[in-house]
Design a binder for this molecule. Structure first.
Ligand code: ADP
Ligand code: MG
Ligand code: ZN
Length: 615
């Protein structure tokens, strides 16, 4: 990792300041050498003593000033001369008197100060004033903070919110998101009493990254953590770091952490961290975004540098985790990742209720109905729906919000959101439900698959419309042939359910297909699990730590045979999955219906329905 040199930052920071004054000095130098000497430097012409004597003899002298080591004199044409070397010529005074030259003080030797004043300061005073005026103007344009920061090391623009019990946001103000709250609870406890952790020797994670789609309450959660822990909350948006001058971002980061260190225990929250935390590309020769990179480097340095035991916890939020620089995700930095996903049915209802408390509601309002109408909507959109409904009620001259107001608001808000968030239609939601239950059911009906932990049809950040989570009980270092085959069958289960129920297929299975193929291929080429090829390695894996790129190590005819074998394997498992689902069609319908209603179900609920005796 490339780290930035703090001194360099300082130099950079003072650049505009130095530039404006440096420019003035340069101009001064130029003018002084080329322009002013003839005007301002006293035009003393240096001559030798002989010239002085000969001018005296020619009677060309008017006034003379005798000094210890010099003679200054003015000739008849009022030109000033000076001569340096004076032989011991005691007769000179007499000779001058005879010639009728008058004595006077015509030239005064300048001291250093005087020299500076007359030759440098006075002539350039106007210029200096001009420069000062300009820098004032720049200060004004940048806002006071900018120039201060530039000249005096500066305060960051981070706003500090000191929260007390009454005004602080609590976890209660965040509806749903139970899993996220649970992960954050530990941080709250740590902030309450950092010493307790220190005594045991437990290290708290320095940073946690809230990851999820826009409007799901990431910012709200971060504030709630501060509110719950009753600690100061420093928040700054990633974009604020990158605005100012070059080097400002890095200095802002440094300053932010300095302030936070003084206020510990506290929370530093960096919103939209992707704006500074984007992957640094090595190829940008001309430092394309040098400023951003410097800021990121500074952030990394600060995170490594400070002692977590002091009780500073860094939270950050992003809705583009995949674009983050891997350096940010290393241990000791944002090593804890907290998903903040779109709310499911119960979550949506809870959010609507929470925001519904802020408006006057008609007794006929049913938030459950509204929640059912809004699969895929984010918390922010739901909050917006309630507000829009209240506005609508006012528009219609009503005193309370009614169900039709809510319904109208759903249409207004979601019409816009539909395009951007891919909110599922009823039909799509139904297909996704069957697809996911297909996976789960095939897994459960086989003997060698891991139990189902959770099924959801709430769209994910990753773009998946739903997913079925299976958790192996215990670590499996070795997988048997049967287990692998069951896995492949499970992957095909989603598509099989679509075929069985709807008689057509969708694009939703692309990831399943990829996974199933990969497994089947590995069985043939790497694990020696097909009769035809026995224990012959047909593939080598390169860079196993980097995801494992496999390359074939066999003849073309064998490669074709491998392909055929892979197809055969997947086909057989697909047929098996289809048959299993067809045999259990009633359960498939029942569970899919249930999932469609609830959107997220636990493995336990799933097994309960599955094990229920049919009436
Ligand atoms: P994010 O930071 O994830 O984009 P915010 O935290 O800024 O989302 O949420 C925007 C607004 O949406 C919040 O101020 C709040 O009113 C509402 N909101 C979002 N999620 C929730 C939630 N789970 N519970 C209550 N309100 C929420
Ligand atoms: Mg936010
Ligand atoms: Zn699937």
């Amino acid at each position: 990792m490339q780290q930035s040199d703090p001194n360099q930052d300082k130099r950079r920071k003072q650049k505009p300041f130095l530039v404006s004054y440096g420019l003035v000095i340069l101009i001064m130098l130029l003018l002084n050498t080329f322009l002013f000497p003839s005007i301002l430097k006293s035009q003393v012409q240096e001559v030798d003593y002989g010239t002085f004597i000969s001018m005296l003899e020619k009677n060309q002298l008017k006034v003379v000033q005798l000094e210890d080591e010099q003679i200054y004199f003015i000739d008849n044409e009022d030109r000033l001369y000076q001569t340096n070397a004076i032989p011991q010529d005691y007769a000179i005074v007499e000779r001058l008197e005879t010639a009728g030259v008058s004595f006077d003080r015509i030239y005064r030797k300048q001291g250093v100060l005087e020299y500076l004043l007359t030759n440098w300061i006075l002539p350039f005073l106007p210029l200096i004033l001009l420069a000062t005026w300009f820098s004032r103007r720049i200060t004004k344009q940048m806002g006071e903070g900018g120039m201060n920061a530039m000249m005096f090391g500066g305060k960051s623009g981070a706003k500090e919110y000191v929260l007390d019990d009454k005004t602080g946001i609590r976890f209660n103000d965040v509806a749903g998101q139970e899993e996220a709250k649970e992960s954050l609870q530990e941080i709250v406890e740590f902030l309450h009493d950092p010493k307790k952790y220190e005594e045991i020797g437990a290290k708290m994670p320095k940073g946690a990254l809230l990851v999820g789609p826009p409007g799901t309450g990431k910012t709200l959660l971060a504030r709630a953590v501060a509110g719950e822990a009753e600690v100061p909350f420093f928040s700054i948006a990633g974009s604020e770091f990158v605005e100012m001058f070059v080097g400002m971002g890095a200095s802002k980061v440094r300053d932010l952490f300095k302030q936070a260190g003084e206020k510990a225990p506290c929370i530093v929250f960096i919103d939209e961290i992707d704006t500074i935390g984007k992957k640094r590309d090595s190829g940008s020769g001309f430092g394309g975004n040098d400023e951003r990179e410097q800021t990121l480097n500074q952030l990394l340095t600060e995170m490594d540098g400070f002692d977590a035991a002091k009780g500073v916890v860094i939270l950050a939020a992003t809705n583009r985790p995949e674009s983050l620089d891997p350096a940010l995700l290393r241990p000791g930095r944002f090593d804890r990742r907290i998903p903040v996903e779109l709310p499911d049915l119960a979550g949506r209802e809870a959010i609507l209720r929470l925001h519904g408390r802020k408006v006057k509601l008609d007794s006929g309002c049913d938030f459950n109905v509204v929640a059912r109408m809004t699969p895929g909507a984010s918390g922010a959109e739901l909050a917006n729906i309630v507000n829009e409904a209240a506005l609508g009620a006012v528009r219609h001259g009503r005193k309370v919000v009614t169900q039709p107001d809510l319904q109208e608001a759903v249409d207004t808000i979601l019409a816009g959101a539909q395009k951007k968030n891919a909110i599922l239609s009823e039909k799509e939601k139904c297909i996704v439900a069957y697809h996911e239950v297909g996976h789960a059911l095939v897994a459960a009906l086989q003997h060698h698959s891991a139990p189902v932990q959770k099924i959801t049809i709430v769209p994910r950040t990753s773009g998946a419309l739903g997913f079925t989570m299976q958790v192996e009980d215990g670590d499996h270092a070795l997988l048997s042939r049967e287990e692998l085959l069951d896995k492949i069958a499970t992957f095909t289960g989603g598509r099989a359910a679509e075929e069985l129920v709807f008689g057509s297929v969708t694009t939703g299975a692309s990831n399943d297909i990829e996974q199933a193929t990969k497994l089947a291929r590995a069985m043939v080429t790497r694990y020696g699990m097909s009769e035809d090829f026995d224990m012959v390695a047909l593939e080598t894996v390169n860079g196993a730590y980097l995801g494992g790129d496999a390359s074939l190590t066999c003849s073309e005819t064998t490669a074709a045979a491998v392909d055929a074998k892979v197809v055969e394997l997947v086909k057989a498992q697909h047929a098996k999955a289809y048959a299993l689902l067809a045999e259990n069609r009633r359960k498939l319908d029942e569970i899919s219906q249930y999932l469609y209603e609830k959107e997220t179900i636990t493995g336990q609920e799933f097994m309960e329905i599955l094990d229920r005796k049919e009436a």
